[in-house]
Structure formats: structure tokens, C-alpha cells
Design a protein around this ligand. Structure first.
Ligand SMILES: Nc1ncnc2c1ncn2[C@@H]1O[C@H](COP(=O)(O)OP(=O)(O)OP(=O)(O)O)[C@@H](O)[C@H]1O
Length: 349
């Protein structure tokens, strides 16, 4: 069993608190993505799990063993970082074999495990080459193959795909997911790329300002954000937030009335761009279209509801022009109600 428990970890750099009592559990074999904007503490948390950084307080427990005081090599984990750290003076074979040789694995076993790992990452055909003769994507595959060759119970990855071009990133992402699922490796993966986190992870921990804002499956964090930050960080375009006042159990938005979950003068309605559709002429919430962008699979409409910036997506064949006022229909059950004062989603009673 290689579950990971991060228990109330605090990290300070001088007087700056980079991690504020962060707790997180990853189950055996689970893939957890740490997602958040630059500076939110993702890398610091990963480095603490790895043992490359020491926390001020809190514990890291891997597979039931408290590793908080152990050096990295004694924690039973493998790591892959973004600047593909392959050794230039070693062939691809020797690079992949590196961890196995450190463990004094027999030659026959080295051959078998390198072969298996290389096959998983599709690098068998260049095992004899040196890294200088490889593309960035191939080098990154070598780094991942090396990490997997030792069959780690826990794999830590920090933006491992960020140096690759978009197509290669997509290809390697898909492979990584399949390979890690097959191997049953518990993985913690740092990224600021929401598509990567959504595509790869069993659960996403969304971080902000040294804290975990929310943790859940990709669908949970996307469809039911717990805070304004999470709703705004996930999704492209991000969730819309429209300020409304709730009185006597109802809020007015555009020219329609919606039932309010709580009585508060300061509420925001979180509306996903794809959760609004065009209403028959003369009905729905008034939406003033300012810009129409044809994106191929859909039209992105930027405009305003009650003077507040709103972006929605509609089918590519929709007849909408900039400067028009159209009506929108929304499904009230898909709206997120945010308390404007706290930024937290309101759970309906
Ligand atoms: N060695 C250090 N000394 C001082 N401050 C640090 C140190 N390492 C990180 N920090 C600060 O801690 C905060 C968190 O940094 P961290 O690298 O964990 O963020 P991140 O979420 O991984 O960001 P990015 O995506 O940009 O790598 C940042 O404000 C950073 O400036």
C-alpha cells in the first residue's frame, strides 16, 4: 500500500508562509493533480513530499510510514521534473537503468525492467542513442521511463510536459495516464494547466495562496466549485459571476426572477459559459452581445448581462451578431450561488 497522507503541513520562507496547514490524502494507486496559479505553493508541497524541502510543522506519511524526517532516497518514491534531467553522457538504456543500478539490481533484471519501461514509453528503438540526439519529447519520455523502471509505488511529477509542444503534450499525456493506471502507481502531479489536470487526474486539489481551496474529481471541481476562485480558475472561458441582490427569496437577473438559496443583498451567480442557451426572441435574460468569435466547434460570445461582463458559448451555426441584444435561457439547477462577501459557494438548505 502506498497511500500518501499530508497532515497539516506548514512551510515558511523567512516571514512568508508558503503553505498554510495543508492536508491532503492520496489513496493507493490514485492520481492527484495539484493545480493552481504561479506561486500558490504547488512545487513547495511536492518538494516537501519528496524530502527536498523540510516543512516547519506537519507530517508526511507514505504507505503508513512517517517519512517526515527521512532523506529523499529513503522515501521509496521516484520524481520527474520539467527540465528533463537525463544524463547526457549515458545512452538512453543507461539512463533508464540508472535507478536500477543504484539498487544493485542483477543484469538480467535490469535488461527486463528497462525493456518493459522503454516499451511502455515507446522508446525501444533508440536505447543505444545519447540524449543529445533526441528531441525534447523523446528526452522527456526517457525521464519518465527512468522513473518508472524502478517500479516506484509513488511517483511525483512537477510540470513534466511543460517544455513540449502542444501536440506532443497531448500525446504524452494520454500515454502517461494509461501507463500509470496500468502500473497502479500513486501519483502526485503539479501543473498550472487545467486541461492537463482535468484529463489526467482522479482528483484535483486546487491550490491558492498556500492553501487547498477544494479537492474533488475533475467533474466536481468544475461543475460545483466550492469558491469563487475555483470557479474562475477552471474552465475556458472561466465561470461568469453576475452580481445580484436577493430579497424575499428571489433575485432579478436581466428581466427574469430566480429563486435565491439564501437571503443576502450581496450574492453572485456563477454561470458556466456552456450552461446558457439562446432563448426564443423576446424571452430570457437580456444579453448584450459585444463580440462574436467563431471557434470552429462553437461561437464564443462576449457581452454583458445587466452591464456585467459575461461570456457564453453557443453552437457554431447560431445566428448572432455583435451589437444585438439576445435572450438567454439558463437551467437554475446548474447555477452556482456565491456569497459575495466570503467568496464561498452557498450550499442550498
Ligand atoms: N526557496 C525559497 N525561498 C523563498 N521563497 C520561496 C522559496 N521557494 C518558494 N518560495 C515562495 O513560495 C511561494 C510558493 O512557491 P512555489 O514554487 O511552491 O509555487 P508554485 O505554485 O509551484 O508556482 P509555479 O507554478 O510558478 O512554480 C512563492 O511565493 C515563492 O516565491
Amino acid at each position: 500500500m502506498a497511500d500518501i497522507v499530508i497532515d497539516r503541513v506548514v512551510k515558511e520562507f523567512g516571514s512568508f508562509r508558503a503553505l498554510k496547514e495543508v492536508s491532503l490524502n492520496a489513496r493507493d494507486g490514485e492520481f492527484v493533480a495539484l493545480l493552481g496559479p504561479s506561486g500558490c505553493g504547488k512545487t513547495t508541497l511536492l518538494r516537501i513530499i519528496a524530502g527536498l524541502e523540510t516543512q516547519n510543522s506537519g507530517r508526511v506519511v507514505i504507505g503508513g510510514r512517517d517519512v517526515s524526517e527521512l532523506p529523499p532516497r529513503k522515501r521509496g518514491l521516484a520524481m520527474v521534473f520539467q527540465n528533463y534531467a537525463v544524463f547526457p553522457h549515458m545512452t538512453v538504456f543507461e539512463n533508464v537503468a540508472f535507478g536500477l543500478r543504484m539498487q544493485k539490481t542483477s543484469e538480467a533484471e535490469v535488461k527486463r525492467k528497462v525493456g518493459r519501461s522503454a516499451a511502455l514509453l515507446h522508446i525501444e528503438s533508440y536505447l543505444d542513442r545519447y540524449p543529445a540526439k533526441l528531441s525534447g519529447g523523446q528526452r522527456q519520455r526517457v525521464a519518465v521511463a527512468r522513473a518508472l523502471a524502478v517500479e516506484p509505488a509513488v511517483l511525483l511529477m512537477d510540470e513534466p510536459l511543460s517544455n513540449l509542444d502542444a501536440l506532443l503534450r497531448l500525446e504524452l499525456r494520454t500515454e502517461l495516464k494509461a501507463v500509470l493506471r496500468e502500473a497502479g502507481t500513486t501519483t502526485i502531479y503539479v501543473t498550472h494547466d487545467q486541461t492537463e489536470a482535468m484529463g489526467l487526474a482522479d482528483r484535483i486539489a486546487v491550490m491558492y495562496g498556500g492553501k487547498i481551496e477544494q479537492i474533488g474529481t475533475p467533474l466536481e471541481v468544475y461543475a460545483t466549485p466550492g469558491t469563487r476562485f475555483v470557479g474562475g480558475f477552471l474552465g475556458s472561458p472561466p465561470m461568469n459571476f453576475i452580481r445580484v441582490a436577493c430579497s424575499e427569496g428571489a433575485a432579478r437577473i436581466g428581466n427574469i426572477t430566480l429563486p435565491c438559496p439564501v437571503a443576502s443583498s450581496e450574492m453572485e451567480i456563477g454561470l458556466r459559459a456552456e450552461d446558457a442557451s439562446l432563448a426564443p426572441i423576446g424571452s430570457g435574460i437580456g444579453f448584450d452581445v459585444r463580440v462574436v468569435e467563431p471557434m470552429g466547434s462553437h461561437l464564443l460570445l462576449t457581452g454583458s448581462i445587466d452591464g456585467q461582463l459575461t461570456r457564453i458559448v453557443v453552437p457554431p451555426t447560431a445566428k448572432v451578431a455583435a451589437g444585438e441584444r439576445v435572450g438567454l435561457t439558463v437551467d437554475p439547477s446548474r447555477l452556482t450561488w456565491i456569497d459575495g462577501a466570503t467568496g464561498r459557494a452557498v450550499v442550498r438548505a
